[in-house]
Design a protein around this ligand. Structure first.
Ligand code: ZN
Length: 427
């Protein structure tokens, strides 16, 4: 009996290793859906109703605040902030189609590309309202995790509790077991486990020492894009109910199973479904690898937006825009004793910024306006020796003053060319 058990477990472990999961979303969500089918039907109905109504429109700028919980055991797994920043950049590129490699699509396929116009922003406030980097870290005793039990999602099981999932999209980054690269919870699951999990090795866009052979193709940060797709209720193109099932996305075609990087990224394939269909491969919801997963399709975007506007609406409604801190105190104007040339460096701001220069009689002798520029230089002209006040005006309020002295014998701020801006003291 004991021997039989050993053989049985050996078989299981061999099978687990050979059937590398890549994405565990379907397996993870299956029991949730089976235990509460009515709820998932009503979620699907809400999406379909939204899409069939006249409500679908380009939504403009939507910001989703995100938090990354890094659960690490060895130093490699304790990813630097910069890696997480890269990951957020990859997400923003994907959801706004600013990645340059959509160039691999033919002109025909390019017509199928959809743009979410959603941005992801690392949370700037934690649930208590304190400033945060949007990244938490926990050293864990657990050597690795899987979707069984969701242990990475709770303080009590060697992980980190979710931040309120109606306000933040939670990412857990940890060592996932057995080649699993990530999984996400579709809308409808328990709120305390909502969000998505990534293996540390495919987080960000760096290449790490690889534990699993042949999975380098998934470095580059696009597994996270795929999982956010699931979080927005996008399915794999082969459906989440067995081969050739429904993914609600007409242009991807009925598909029997994943297209792996070994397929060499064809434009389209003929599927093994009955009847066979032409399938579109090069999108984020397949498994075709970082070099090949380059876009969402138009209907994926429409479905994802419908999902966001119905089942994920709270995360948009609860978003508190990051206040623009007009710390014009940090403005730099140099040199302050100048032959006439001035360099400006402004902190980040939005909207119009006026620069006005007054002489000692309080007359405006020069002015201009900027719209978001961070750097500016001007030349006040020759033979305009004197003392001046520079004032910055933002949102109709004076936000910064500085006194400067123009003196042609100053060693700083040398003259520029004739076409430079001259101060006209008579105006
Ligand atoms: Zn998946």
């Amino acid at each position: 009996m004991k021997n039989l058990l050993i053989i049985f477990f050996t078989l299981i472990s061999v099978q687990c290793y050979t059937q590398i999961s890549i994405c565990g979303t379907d397996e993870y969500n299956k029991p949730l859906i089976e235990n509460n089918p009515k709820q998932y039907e009503s979620i699907e109905r809400a999406i379909q109703n939204y899409m069939s109504g006249a409500r679908f429109k380009t939504t403009g700028k939507i910001i989703i605040p995100v938090v990354f919980h890094i659960i690490w055991q060895d130093d490699n797994e304790n990813l630097a902030d910069s890696v997480i920043h890269h990951q957020v950049e990859v997400l923003n590129e994907a959801f706004n189609v600013t990645n340059s490699d959509t160039s691999i699509l033919t002109d025909t396929l390019k017509k199928w590309v959809g743009k979410f116009e959603i941005s992801f922003e690392l949370a700037y406030l934690d649930p208590e309202g304190n400033p945060t980097t949007g990244i938490t870290r926990r050293k864990t005793q657990a050597p690795h995790f899987s979707y069984w039990g969701n242990y990475m999602k709770f303080d009590s099981t060697n992980g980190t509790d979710a931040w309120p999932t109606d306000k933040y999209l939670n990412f857990w980054v940890c060592d996932l077991y057995g080649g699993l690269l990530g999984y996400a919870q579709f809308p409808g699951g328990p709120s305390e486990t909502d969000g998505l999990v990534l293996d540390w090795q495919i987080t960000g866009n760096q290449i790490y020492p690889w534990t699993y052979p042949n999975l380098e193709s998934f470095a580059g940060g696009r597994v996270a894009v795929h999982e956010v797709g699931h979080w927005l209720n996008l399915f794999h193109p082969w459906g989440n109910n067995g081969p050739c099932s429904e993914d609600h996305i007409p242009e991807t075609g009925k598909q029997a199973g994943p297209v792996y990087p070994s397929a060499q990224c064809p434009d389209t394939l003929i599927s093994d479904c009955d009847p066979p269909e032409r399938v579109f491969v090069k999108h984020y919801m397949d498994y075709c690898g970082n070099e090949c997963m380059v876009c969402f399709t138009k209907n994926q975007v429409e479905r994802g937006i419908a999902s966001l506007m119905t089942n994920r609406l709270s995360i948009i409604e609860n978003y508190i825009p990051k206040p623009i801190v007009n710390t014009f105190d940090e403005t730099k104007i140099n040199p302050t004793l100048t032959k006439g040339r001035l360099y400006f460096e402004f902190p980040e701001y939005e909207g119009r910024l006026d620069i006005e220069i007054y002489d000692i009689m309080g007359r405006v002798v020069w002015s201009t306006n900027l719209w978001g520029e961070r750097y500016y230089q001007l030349f006040l002209g020759k033979n305009v020796n004197g003392t001046y006040i520079i004032q910055l005006i933002h949102n109709k309020k004076g936000v910064f003053n500085k006194k400067i002295v123009v003196n042609s014998s100053s060693p700083f701020g040398a003259n520029l060319k004739e076409e430079d801006i001259y101060l006209n003291k008579n105006n």
